[in-house]
Design a protein around this ligand. Structure first.
Ligand SMILES: [Zn+2]
Ligand SMILES: [Zn+2]
Length: 123
């Protein structure tokens, strides 16, 4: 493939924004990929920034999933402990309520933690 602007010059790469071949004289290395000069430079830079911030958002989301999973497990254990305590004190409704809440929190927490252990492919 030759440069889209200079038909005689061999392309050293492909513009990441428009997919055209660019020669050594045309190619602008944005740090996020090759671009042809002009509007594409800005687009490739923007593209690179978007990918960067996406990766950051994904990492933050993973941390949030993990911590909310841990919170669910902790809350579940607390509620189950409360259920055991209210059972000893013979508050049947409270036992059912706190026990149910505990199981919901535990299930939710374990579900999130398990999902975290098998991360999405291609990430
Ligand atoms: Zn381009
Ligand atoms: Zn060129």
């Amino acid at each position: 493939m030759n440069c889209f602007a200079h038909q005689a010059a061999p392309a050293v790469g492909i513009c990441r924004a428009c997919g055209k071949g660019v020669c050594a004289a045309c190619a602008a290395d944005t740090g996020a990929g090759l671009a042809c000069p002009g509007a594409c430079e800005d687009r490739v830079l923007l593209l690179g920034r978007m990918v960067d911030s996406n990766a950051r958002v994904m990492r933050t989301a993973d941390r949030q999933v993990w911590s909310s999973g841990m919170l669910g497990v902790v809350m579940g254990v607390l509620f189950l402990a409360l259920a055991v305590w209210t059972y000893k004190e013979v508050h049947v409704m409270l036992t059912a309520l706190t026990g149910g809440m505990g199981l919901i929190f535990l299930g939710h927490g374990f579900f999130r933690l398990t999902a975290e252990r098998f991360p999405r492919s291609g990430g």
